[in-house]
Design a protein around this ligand. Sequence first.
Ligand SMILES: C[S@@+](CC[C@H](N)C(=O)[O-])C[C@H]1O[C@@H](n2cnc3c(N)ncnc32)[C@H](O)[C@@H]1O
Length: 496
Amino acid sequence: MSTAVRSAPTIQEVQPSRRSQIVACAAASLFILGYFVSSVGALTSPITGAWFVGTQKPRRGLLWMIVFAFVPGLIFGWRKIPLTGALQALEYLGWALVAAVLGTLPFTFHRLVSPRLPGFLSTFPLPLAAVAIPLLALALHIGAASTAGLFTFLIFWFAATVVWLWNNESRVTDLVFGAGFIVAGSFALLRHFAGVALPANLPIVVAFSWVCLGGALLLSIWALFHPLKTSTWAGRPQTVALLQSPFTRSPLHVVSEEGSEALISTTGEHFPIRNGIPVFLKPGDLTGDNGKYNRLYETIGGFYDDTQRLFGAFRGVKLDSYFENYMGLLDVKPGDSVLETSVGTGLNFKYLPRGTKLAGLDLSLEMLANCQNNMRRWKMEADLYLGNAESLPFADASFDVVFTCGGFNFFSDRAKAVREMIRVVKPGGRLMIEDETEEYVKSTYEKIPYTSSFFGDRNQPVTVPIDLVPPEMENIRVEMLKNGQFYAITFSKPAV
Ligand SMILES: C[S@@+](CC[C@H](N)C(=O)[O-])C[C@H]1O[C@@H](n2cnc3c(N)ncnc32)[C@H](O)[C@@H]1O
């Protein structure tokens, strides 16, 4: 055995960037200001809404947004509630709820339709619906809705564009934030203070609203005929040949049943495939630490990537350089087959060479759904599995490289997870275990209000799990990363 525990980093430490911190603070201040200054809020709220709804499943997003629109309205406008009688008060509340629902619907429309539209076209559902829905409400005599015009269209289009650029990690996001806020802000200010808004009943305003309604309908029809595609498992025989039941180790084959696919083992076990993801979980997999942290990831799955980016920005850390650093330790070559257990949203895959055959397994369906979105966005392909890193659904010696990042510390049975990683990697294959150190968990997760409830009552402190790597493994190395906040253990399985 050759072990090298390194205290000094052998890879380049990433230097913090002041510029990134300043941009992040300026953007955050603007969004906070939006809650207090209505002309700024007119711009920032649609951006927040378009971003938020994209991080949620459609129904959950709709419900949360109604709550966000309805409750603050009541808190700030409680004086307007007629106190003349219970019936009037109820009527007022009813209309306030209708207004909240109408205000939320364009975002839900955007959430449903835009993922199915290519490129920049995906920025149109929000502004079109923001104009079309008030028109429909007016036509249906719902409340005191009035037609929205060009200003509404521009502000919502701007919001959808900012979120689109953010989601696509566009380098021009900074520019758009700067230039776009000035342009759209001027519109909002003009409208607010100079009363430049055109009268809602002007024929041209009404005609524009009808055009938007037509546009929204056309996009809906397009989306209906262009569902999100997931490739079939019957078309992946080489991948299926490597699969086995994680419980009985029996080989699996694909069957078609009522329009969907499933995997069946030779001993009769049945594993459904949901939205292109085979499900290998049994109830016991979500107990202990696995169950506890699973609740966390099911809740934050939609925000996970954004929180990473925002955290990075506020700390001035260039995430790309950091990811490249530790992924470089694996020395993956194009053509290698790579498995990440606890793949999450697939952030690490972006830093592997194109032409790598990717597979990812995770305990959280929400994280995997976001991983699928990322793969589409980055034009990459990966076989994804819902399962437990402690019982992998793969035959022995299936992959050239196997690694786990960011999840390992809190697996229920870490020793079993390491044994499984070693079992499924080929002889001579490379492995890596990367995660936070105790110092990072204490200084960060325990300090954040929501995550502290998960990380505060840990049974024991995090230790670098070098003792779990069997002595017969080769080239065992430990790197301390980010000034000791993270560790990475790399090693190889002996070639036979
Ligand atoms: C912090 S995230 C890391 C995601 C990704 N690897 C990254 O580096 O961005 C931790 C992930 O580990 C997953 N996870 C936790 N316990 C697991 C287990 N026993 N089996 C598989 N995945 C697990 C969680 O669902 C979550 O997606």
